[in-house]
Design a protein around this ligand. Structure first.
Ligand SMILES: [Zn+2]
Length: 299
């Protein structure tokens, strides 16, 4: 088939769900109520979207998951290129579009032409700089870049050590960035990252270990587990893994072994006992929750 070289005409081309292999995009096209003839496989009355719409989806995916690679070797690559030569990282943009959306070379090149025109920049072209969808622009999958986060975390630590500890706007901004949306966040397996404990949940009990130096103190704790085994009162709360001195946080575990190991690390017990009590309705008592790398969960 002879294709147009006019970008406006390319934008109006239709592509059907069978011509797009990428699951998310294909399912999206399948839901389209525009049943027309697919420009590429020529199947009639198929759910389709325009190439213009497809190019918007692809531009978004490029923004999120790909990075343009350097046109020249940098740093150590430059030195090595003299001896071994150099080839640019990544792959030409039309190939990357084709692989990412799992579409044939023709629609991939058409999407590229549409995006090239959309991203046309006169000044950039005058300076001879490469555009994001030029013919020879190369892309590679973006890695997880934690440089920015690592720098912010260092500033956060420094700020907590040397500046106001509990009323610190910078620290607050970093924690907001970290925990924003956590209430609805899900892990890789689709489970929510925040677990609700308590009667009726799959964590009906929590174990709480505490080291007692005397029989008397142990008996006292057994008599009043709410005060003896719950989060320590603020005035006696020592600094822990997740709390500063004076900030009361409840530590518990779903497994007695785990809790004992955690509570007694560096201390050789002559015998220890644990109390088990029903978890309250709150996620982890007042204060907060943490996890430790043992078999059970340390909450
Ligand atoms: Zn088709």
């Amino acid at each position: 088939m002879e294709y147009s070289d006019d970008v406006d005409e390319l934008k109006a081309y239709r592509i059907c769900c069978d011509c797009v292999g990428e699951t998310y995009l294909s399912a999206k096209i399948e839901k389209s109520d525009k049943r027309e003839t697919c420009t590429y496989c020529e199947s009639e009355d198929a759910p389709t979207i325009s190439l213009e719409e497809l190019s918007v989806e692809i531009a978004g995916a490029f923004d999120r998951h790909y990075e343009q690679t350097s046109t020249e070797p940098d740093g150590i690559e430059y030195a090595m290129s003299k001896e071994f030569g150099w080839s640019r990282h990544g792959d030409a943009v039309a190939n990357v579009i084709s692989e990412a959306a799992m579409i044939d070379g023709d629609p991939a090149e058409h999407v590229r032409l549409i995006l090239e025109q959309e991203n046309d920049d006169f000044e950039r072209a005058q300076m001879g700089e490469e555009g994001p969808f030029d013919d020879d622009t190369h892309y590679q999958e973006a890695g997880i870049d934690d440089q920015d986060f690592a720098a912010r975390w260092k500033a956060f630590e420094q700020s907590l050590k040397t500046e106001t500890r509990f009323f610190n706007n910078n620290a607050c901004a970093i924690l907001d960035m970290l925990f924003e949306g956590i209430a609805g966040a899900r892990g890789r397996e689709g489970a929510p990252v925040i677990r609700t404990c308590g009667a009726g949940s799959d964590i009906a009990h929590l174990y709480r270990a505490r080291v007692f130096q005397s029989e008397g103190m142990l008996k006292q704790a057994i008599k009043s587990p709410d005060t003896g085994m719950g989060p320590p009162p603020t005035q006696v709360a020592t600094a822990g893994r997740m709390n500063a001195r004076g900030i009361s946080v409840f530590y518990g575990a779903t497994d007695p072994e785990c809790d004992c190991r955690s509570e007694t690390s560096g201390w050789k017990p002559r015998g220890h006992r644990t109390l088990r009590f029903p978890a309250s309705g709150a996620p982890a008592g007042r204060g907060g929750a943490s996890e430790s790398p043992c078999d059970g969960q340390h909450l």
